[in-house]
Design a protein around this ligand. Structure first.
Ligand code: ZN
Length: 282
């Protein structure tokens, strides 16, 4: 994709994921900060939400006019153990309830990694898919969409056995409930994929969330060392063009887990740089 294909990005499409300033700000400080910086949409981090509870966060949001694109994240339902499965599904239902309580459009679903008690990738993926199917009615009744987020294949052991846009599409085909299940595309997770353009076109309107962040050439931690847009190797404008060609025209969400750099910086400075890069590197 040539740089010429890049169209100017409307800054009203900027959504900041709370995790980008996770270490610096409480949820109240985050909400206040978004208003100060004129950012109209946020994604919320569930561990942070747990500190005060969904009802309290809903109260904080009331009257701010902030759009909440999603609650991130829940899932981790790969266990082969029946008792652990019951607990994991209960937890996922609580996350669906929390998503509804804060008025978020979707719940970010992270499948869970391979379980050491069962090293079979195929049976693990089948378990996840069966359990997702079982949650269809619960999510539909709550009015919540579940966003299947493929994570980078390097996370297959630890975080997610859902590793490509193709697998997310295949799962949506099996689930046959596009009113409940959608797909979240994160540049950090999908940039390596030579089938990306084709699978994004196949996904089409299933794409309900789009996350941007960069892959640093000297990445030191697969989860917590993401880069600011423009600092790494990903052709983010190129991927945005593909996502938009597939029909996506909603928020572009900045989601940077960065133990080494951005979590150590002044949060207002981080947001100023996010806004600048949103125009020059997305
Ligand atoms: Zn993401």
């Amino acid at each position: 994709m040539s740089p010429a294909a890049k169209s100017k990005l409307d800054e009203r499409r900027l959504c900041l994921h709370q995790v980008t300033v996770l270490q610096q700000w409480s949820t109240q400080q985050f909400i206040d900060g978004m208003q100060r910086h004129g950012i109209g949409a946020v994604a919320l981090w569930r561990d942070k939400l747990r500190e005060v509870g969904a009802a309290e966060v809903a109260r904080m949001l009331k009257g701010t006019g902030l759009a909440v694109t999603s609650l991130c994240a829940a899932g981790l339902i790969t266990t082969p153990d029946p008792q652990e499965t019951v607990a994991a599904i209960d937890e996922l239902k609580r996350a669906i309830d929390d998503t509804a309580a804060v008025g978020a459009g979707s719940l970010m679903f992270v499948a869970g990694g391979i379980d050491p008690r069962d090293k079979n990738l195929e049976s693990t993926r089948k378990r996840v898919l069966d359990r997702l199917a079982g949650l269809t009615h619960y999510a539909r009744a709550a009015g919540i969409k579940i966003a299947l987020e493929p994570l980078h294949p390097m996370t297959c052991g630890l975080r997610s056995v859902l590793n490509s846009t193709k697998t997310a599409n295949d799962w949506c085909d099996v689930l046959r409930a596009d009113d409940v299940f959608g797909i979240a595309i994160d540049t950090y997770a999908v940039w390596w994929d030579h089938d990306l353009e084709r699978e994004l076109m196949r996904a089409g309107k299933r794409i309900i969330n789009f996350h941007v962040d960069d892959w640093l050439s000297d990445t030191q931690d697969l989860r917590l060392d993401r880069g600011m847009m423009g600092d790494g190797l990903i052709d983010i404008p190129g991927i945005r063009s593909m996502v938009e060609a597939a029909g996506y025209d909603s928020y572009v969400e900045v989601e940077i887990f960065s133990q080494r750099n951005w979590w150590k910086r002044d949060a207002d400075e981080v947001i100023r740089i996010v806004k600048e890069r949103f125009q020059t590197a997305v």
